[in-house]
Ligand binder design. Structure first.
Ligand SMILES: [Zn+2]
Length: 201
């Protein structure tokens, strides 16, 4: 599948993805979403609540498909949790899995926001026709992820990294930041030092 705009084109930044959001905004949203904590035991945990509230207030346009969503914070919480788990899942998966899950995310969002889909009744039941439904910021972001960002997805190998899921900006980049790379280098050096000093003693 190809995006309507060529990768790295200037037009993409100026006009936005499919005319609704900027590429930077989509990338920032995806990174923040995939890095949300999802392995918590207590959903009322203050740290967890804060990060969920933060993304909901910083990126309201991605939740606006359904006005109901904005009224129920529990619903927002659950929605963000599902999206984050799904993105985490596809981060380490092959292109086919990624394509499948990303499409399902777009499809479910469309269904839940009651966007009209064109279909036609036939002898054997309804068939979907007429292409994609009207674009929403969420769908644009996931579409952009699926078609453009995904090949740059990377997991920072530093175990204490505060945001392990990221998009690399340079070829061969392993760590999310120079901070993580420096820490890892320092730790490796200390390990080497300890091991060699241990041998010498
Ligand atoms: Zn890192």
């Amino acid at each position: 599948m190809r995006s309507a705009v060529a990768p790295n084109s200037r037009r993409k930044t100026r006009d936005g993805i499919l005319g609704v959001i900027s590429a930077k905004r989509a990338e920032d949203f995806i990174v923040e979403l995939v890095n949300l904590p999802t392995d918590f035991r207590d959903e009322e945990d203050e740290r967890v609540l804060l990060s969920y509230r933060r993304i909901a207030s910083h990126y309201p346009e991605f939740l606006r498909g359904d006005e109901e969503i904005l009224k129920f914070s529990q619903k927002v919480h659950r929605l963000l949790y599902h999206w984050s788990c799904e993105l985490k899942f596809v981060w380490g998966k092959n292109e086919r899995d990624l394509d499948w899950v990303a499409f399902r995310m777009r499809d479910r969002y469309m269904r839940e926001s009651n966007v009209l889909v064109h279909h036609e009744s036939t002898l054997f039941g309804d068939i979907v026709i007429g292409g994609a439904p009207p674009i929403t910021p969420f769908e644009a972001a996931i579409f952009y992820f699926q078609t453009q960002l995904a090949p740059r997805r990377q997991l920072c190998p530093h175990p204490m990294c505060p945001a392990r899921y990221f998009f690399r900006t340079k070829k061969g980049q392993k760590f999310c930041s120079t901070k993580c790379a420096d820490l890892a280098r320092r730790e490796a050096k200390r390990r080497w030092w300890n091991e060699n000093l241990g041998k010498g003693a």
